[in-house]
Design a binder for this molecule. Sequence first.
Ligand code: MOS
Length: 719
Amino acid sequence: MNLDTSKGTGNPIDRVEGKLKVTGMAKYASEFKVKNLVYAQGINSTIAKGRITGIDTAEAEAQPGVLAVITYKNAERLAQYDKDLHPLSTTSIQPVLQSDQVHYYGEYVGLVVAETFEQAQYAARLLKYTYSQETPDIDFEDSKGKAYTPTEQSDYSRGNVAEGLAEADVTLDETYITPIEHHHPMELHAIIGSWNGGNVQAYASQQMIDNAATTIADTFQIDKKNVRVMSPYVGGGFGSKLAAKQHVILALMASKAINRPVQLTVSRNQMFTNTNLRQRNEQRIKIGAKSDGTLTALSHDTLSHTSTYEQYQEACGTVTKMLYKTPNNSVTHRLMPMNLQTPFAMRAPGEATGSFALESAMDEMAFKLNMDPIAFRIKNDTQVDPSNGKPFSSRLLNECLRLGAKEFGWENRPQKPASKSEGNWLVGYGVSAASRRAPYMKTSAKVILELKNDTVWATLQMDATDIGTGSYTILAQTVSEYLDIPVEQVDVELGDSEYPVTPGSGGSWGAASFANGARAACEQALKDLKDKAGETAATTTVALMKAAQLSTLEAEGTAEPDEEYKAHSVFSFGANFTEVWVDKDTGVFRIKRMLNVASCGKILNPKTAFGQIIGGCVMGAGMAIAERTEVEPNFGNFITRSFADYHVPVNLDMANIDVVYLPEEDKIANKMGIKGIGELGITSVAASIANAVFNATGKRMRDLPLTPEKMIVKKEEAA
Ligand code: MOS
């Protein structure tokens, strides 16, 4: 690795925006100073199903400072919205306060706007709603009878699973459950929105700027040219900020009504009900294999819930279609309408949850076959994606497993469950394979060069976002590399819809897409310089600018997937190894160590990449051992409404996490050889932990989270 930190990708430089963040200079959505700003407070329904029969606003409206109370009675009628169940997309018209109907507990039923935040909060408490209440559909078992095939159906099959199972020497049929989870980025969802007579300006915490502008334009039926969205810093999103949610529309609706800029911050409590969730999934896996471990069949049936008015499905079966070679495979997905808010993409949607089921089941099968779980996976490896017949652009899964086994000391794993202990602790090792799509999307960027005192300064502009992942840093490195100037001479400006369009941050496509977009802009700038310089011996950017007699130059470039990319299946791969210690008597357990081996193309910055992977591992551990949103069974409210009861792992729960990258540049994926890393870390961590718990205790954990009471080994079980 080139350790010259002055320029280029591949170097572990510190975050270029780090100082701004730790000194509080980096501004987040709700921190911008806007003249004449007023504050809004959303009101939440206190029933899960029914309709509003009365609203008494008089007392709230009479309070000092109160400027408006908006309910379905006086709210602007928004663009036509299809009330029938329909697939949810990331850009859709966002209706809010459009009728007296209540679809879930906590749905927005009003908005109070006041001169100060405190006045808005106080007045909000004085609003009186009466409802006609119906019994909500909030019970998972009761709702199963209503399960349906989604409109955008994702069912898939090849061969014949029943025949494949009949041919097998060993079979498995098990169901794996993941509970409702919430995203909860540290930065609350927020907007400062100004209607401005139809020239909308919004500081909003969003992952995808262009997408947010489209949603605003479509919802209010205005020209997107008149919508400016800015999101220079985002304090985490994890999928919850992919789409502009209802608070964005509420703030702009209020601003339009009172003709002043409106700040609306979604509280931590409201983030349980108003900014989406990951739904509970029940995943049934069937596997058939010959006694030598050759897979004969694999199926994956997922049952989850959606709201009563939108369809969202998490593609849990994605991994099962492509990860292992088997002639017989099927994947289905069914949804149940329930009086809960519409679920939405949460960190590695499909893979994180799907891999828990598949990789737990693979571990169970290996045990039944009396095979090492690594050998079982390697036996069923494939270099061609069996779901579409395309070769993988690169697939180093076996290498990840082998290298991980060596580094982790897999040979010390107890062969027999519950056979190794340290004092009162049972010790176990677990492994799982990870695969995550590595998308690459059309991305534009602009670079502005300035020659001052014999030095070239570059400014890169794109509407990309940095959601805490390191986009600013890797883009500064990319520009530095392609223009051959020190990274200190590069300024990166992101998160503004006035800049060239990118796909934004999501789906692990950010680094590959943004960096190649920046590369394309730099290559265009150099080409323009060479054209203008004519015949010259100049090779450096400084010399070219001088030869071209230019003090400034602006160039735009666009990068997009080519035919080579489309002809391949492009995934990142990895393997996760975990050692757990479980107390024999109390079930208390510790994740002692974790090793994540990642094969995700060129590493642009080992430091920010490390942050991505260990962040993913901690999030995967959260999914495995802590996170769970509980629904109150009578009223449909969530019982878990703060970090006091919605648990996430703390340092004590986690041990050292080591990360190893396989050296690789995947030039089929894109010109720079980059593949997604953001969501690879979380993928399959939960299975790795559950598999380690089985190895330690002999207890198979199919129902997350793995809380201590589930671990307790009964005397007869231990015997
Ligand atoms: Mo990700 S769930 O696409 O932010």
